[in-house]
Design a protein around this ligand. Structure first.
Ligand code: AGP
Length: 609
């Protein structure tokens, strides 16, 4: 959510900053800007409403250069997307600053600064930080001291990077509640909100901790507390290949990522050939902690929350362990009563979602026996703060709509079910069945991907529609929810999911011949009940799109289109059916001409509350 890139180098950095923004654009794309200090020590700023390409055009038209600079791509919180509200924000022609996060006391600071003679030129909460810095600098503080003074006044969350023409080779940054990493170069150093922005220039990173303040120059990196006490943070060398993946032969990241799922699942499953090995995927100390678990509390947001909902069915039914699942933004503000022996499980693709992180931090002493995160990004905040970590191996997910991250999260949660289940009497036979089903999962996903053409055809019926209903029963209910979320997220069709049995308690009133109803219908014990629910829809003129096990006995008929799904083991059906629903959303969005990878108003990583 918003992206920061900054550089202090001995070479010209405008292209490095722009490339960093391109790599971060999936996190926020309302507006973008860049500030550089040139060799005459003059501050130059370009800001543009819209995507990074607008900023590139501005730079191409009126190029400016420098060795020290900051850049930002924005996802609007305070103040609409516009050139004035884009970052960097400057003060007194001397200092410029970029910010991720939300400053809660901005109104009070704004009033104080206006009284001190500052003029506000934006509606953002960020501009006050630039003026506070300027005020402190004007009183003679160094840039670092000015940053210390400034953050002491801020309430809320921030990752910051600032430059000052009086310290033309330095960038100062600070972090609280929003991520910031230092990219360690040779004769040059960088800051970014996500290491991915800097993989073009370095593979060495220092992950700043909450409350850290950092000053970088081409030759040095100094980290200290808000009180100025020096701190050492380790440097981590990233081993894996450059992750910014191009789109290859695909038109969008989303469809590329949907098709990457067999490989992502294989990578996530690698090495888990038996239950003992499954446990090793959760890291050192997992076994001892799992021995003590009697309940599971899952917290997550959006798609990751749906993964948690599916996991509840697995944990309770297969492992016999009680499980609660809650949206992180609610969990964190609720007075709770936990059972003894509860393991807190956070699920987050990015590992940076502010609400999920806050839920973890909000856990009180002794409330949980420990914490486990299922994340896709190594070294992310949740990964660093949880006791146990399961890293899904989905690879970088660029499309805002989560696809391969979700299916690999489900694999991780099924593996957790195995690990906990064997402690609660899951038979060896059952364990082997689940492992075998997991091993065959990539094969069934490949079979589902072969339905791409058929799903594309089916998707045409959705183009003129403004609403859609998704139905599922049992463990397929959260999959229906995920299907509805995908559709609304990228095609802007209003879609809602219901457990099919709930239909007659209200939503049936919405069903008419203009309401497409998508049903997820595997051949399970609830099939007959689901069939009756679907009849309720049909008899009211509703148009049904049934994603059904090819052995479930559904056939095409008037106002019923059936997509025959591979016949696969029960336990992995939620994962396999998800893939078909992802393809449906993609094709609807494609034909509606929306921005599939960067849907309006959304951002990939939601690092604000
Ligand atoms: C998924 O398509 C969404 N973009 C969104 O719901 C996402 O899953 C949610 O913001 C949580 O993100 P996380 O997994 O990185 O924590």
């Amino acid at each position: 959510m918003c992206g920061i890139v900054a550089a202090a180098a001995r070479r010209e950095v405008s292209e490095i900053l722009l490339e960093g923004l391109r790599r971060l654009e999936y996190r926020g794309y309302d507006s973008a800007g860049m500030a550089l200090i040139n060799d005459q020590n003059v501050l130059q700023i370009h800001k543009r409403n819209g995507k990074v390409k607008e900023l590139e055009a501005a730079q191409a038209q009126e190029p400016f250069y420098g060795n020290t600079g900051i850049a930002h791509t924005r996802w609007a919180t305070h103040g609409k997307p516009s050139t004035e509200n884009a970052h960097p924000h400057a003060s007194g022609g001397r200092v410029a600053l970029v910010h991720n996060g939300i400053i809660e006391n901005h109104a009070e600071l704004r009033a104080e600064l206006i009284a001190a003679g500052y003029e506000m030129s934006s509606a953002t909460d960020t501009e006050v930080i630039a003026h506070l810095l300027h005020l402190s600098l004007q009183k003679g503080a160094s840039l670092r001291a000015a940053m210390q003074n400034t953050i002491a006044r801020l309430e809320g969350a921030y990752a910051l990077a600032a430059i000052d023409i009086e310290s033309p080779h330095t960038v100062v940054g600070a972090r609280k509640g929003s991520p910031l990493v230092v990219g360690v170069g040779i004769g040059e150093n960088f800051l970014a909100s996500d290491q991915m922005a800097l993989r073009q220039v370095t593979d060495s990173f220092i992950y700043l901790e909450e409350g850290d303040l950092v000053e970088i120059s081409p030759a040095s990196i100094q980290i200290c507390t808000i009180d100025g006490e020096a701190i050492e943070r380790p440097t981590t060398r990233i081993k894996e290949a450059l992750e910014t993946s191009d789109m290859g032969d695909f038109d969008h990241y989303m469809i590329k990522e949907i098709f990457e799922q067999p490989v992502a699942l294989e990578a996530t499953l690698a090495g888990a050939a038996n239950v003992e090995q499954v446990e090793e995927c959760f890291g050192h100390g997992a076994s001892a902690m799992f021995d003590r678990v009697t309940n599971v509390q899952i917290v997550a947001c959006g798609t990751s929350y749906h993964a948690g909902m599916v996991a509840r069915y697995w944990l309770e039914e297969l492992a016999g362990i009680s499980c609660e699942v809650e949206v992180a933004s609610e969990f964190r503000y609720r007075k709770r009563v936990q059972h003894e022996g509860t393991l807190l499980v956070a699920i987050s693709q990015s590992g940076e979602t502010a609400d999920t992180l806050a839920a973890l931090r909000n856990a009180t002493e002794g409330e949980f026996i420990g914490s486990l995160v299922v994340a896709n990004v190594d070294n992310s905040s949740l990964v660093r703060e949880c006791d146990l970590v399961f890293l899904t191996r989905a690879g970088a997910e660029i499309g805002v709509a989560s696809t391969k991250a979700f299916t690999t999260q489900l694999v991780a949660m099924l593996m957790l079910t195995l690990a906990l289940g064997r402690r609660r009497g899951m038979t060896d036979e059952r364990q082997s069945e689940i492992i075998e089903a997991l091993e065959n999962l990539p094969h069934y996903v490949r079979q589902t991907l072969e339905l791409n053409g058929a799903i594309q055809k089916l998707s045409e019926a959705f183009i003129p529609k403004r609403h859609a209903l998704f139905l599922g029963r049992g463990i397929q209910y959260p999959i229906a929810m995920e299907g509805a979320l995908k559709l609304k997220e990228i095609s802007y069709i209003h879609a809602e999911a219901y457990p099919a049995g709930e239909l007659k308690h209200g939503p049936l009133a919405l069903v008419d011949d203009d309401m497409p109803v998508v049903a997820v219908a595997p051949n399970d014990e609830l099939l007959e009940k689901l069939k009756s629910n679907l009849e309720e829809v049909r008899s009211r003129g509703g148009e049904l799109f049934v994603f059904a096990d090819r052995e479930a006995g559904f056939a095409n008929e008037d106002r019923v289109q059936v997509l025959p799904m591979p016949h696969c083991p029960e336990v992995i059906k939620p994962i396999v059916y998800t893939v078909a629903l992802q393809l449906l959303s993609y094709h609807v969005a494609l034909q509606k001409g929306t921005d599939v990878d960067k849907p309006r108003n959304l951002a990939k990583s939601v690092t604000v509350e």
